[in-house]
Design a binder for this molecule. Structure first.
Ligand code: ZN
Length: 262
């Protein structure tokens, strides 16, 4: 949506010089429009586009309007033209060229490519926005004069107060909280976790050492044959331990080394 607004708002501003406020009307799917990301866009709309904006959400099942008809008609006409063999549409650019040429009314088509979406996505991904309580029941979200503050309602209202931006009863104020995510600075915070892992790996080795050393001592008191056996066992066990030791130490060192790289 941010990608679309980035191209749409300058066009609207061009069409209406002196534009002071934009009200968006859409249906209410939380996945598309009624969510914290859109609220964030609204809270920053004036800084971003130089014009304030509010959003009115139509009740489920009441979201169809002329806009849907425009998009639907173009797609239907394109489908018919392809069926009749009048045009070969291979991709979005073919569709755009065809639509611009056949357009009989004043419909203006704007092309959005992957780059437009990627840029918007990167910006949105860079922020963590706190969910506004009761989002699902909101039908009206408008900015206030305070930074990052929104006035929300469960029903839309277009009384003179609301149009003037003063708002009438039935609305509540919400301070939108968002923080910028740390991307490159975040990596070093992994270090303590790796260090802790390293320590727990070393512990069992020292415990194993202690057990193998104490065993031969108590067993030596018994027969000499057993002595030899246990000593041999102990030696092989000790060997095994010492052989294991360098490995874990090497592991720890490489882990530490890799941490240094972060
Ligand atoms: Zn009102």
């Amino acid at each position: 949506m941010l990608a679309i607004l980035t191209k749409l708002v300058p066009l609207v501003k061009q069409l209406i010089p002196g534009l002071q406020f934009i009200t968006y009307f859409t249906d209410s799917p939380t996945s598309q429009y009624r969510n914290k990301t859109i609220f964030y866009v609204l809270a920053t709309h004036n800084d971003r586009f130089g014009v304030k904006a509010g959003w009115e959400y139509l009740e489920a099942g009441h979201g169809k309007g002329p806009c849907d008809g425009v998009g639907g008609a173009t797609k239907r006409m394109a489908g018919e033209a392809v069926k009749q063999g009048k045009i070969n549409i291979q991709g979005p650019l073919d569709f755009l060229t065809w639509a611009e040429n056949i357009s009989v009314s004043n419909i203006k088509y704007v092309y959005y490519d992957n780059n437009s979406y990627q840029e918007a996505k990167e910006e949105i991904d860079g922020f963590t926005v706190k969910t506004v309580a009761g989002t699902m029941s909101l039908h009206s979200v408008n900015p206030t004069d305070q930074k990052n503050q929104l006035r929300v309602r469960t029903t839309s209202c277009f009384c003179q107060n609301c149009i003037d931006g003063n708002h009438c009863a039935g609305s509540r104020l919400v301070q939108l909280k968002f923080t910028q995510k740390r991307t490159t600075q975040r990596k070093p915070t992994i270090q303590p976790t790796t260090k802790r892992k390293c320590a727990t790996q070393r512990k069992p080795t020292t415990q194993r050492k202690a057990t193998t050393q104490s065993k031969p001592t108590t067993q030596r008191k018994a027969t000499t044959q057993r002595k030899a056996t246990t000593q041999r066992k102990a030696t092989t066990q000790r060997k095994a331990t010492t052989q294991r030791n360098p490995t874990t130490q090497r592991k720890a060192t490489t882990q530490r080394k890799s941490q240094g790289k972060w």
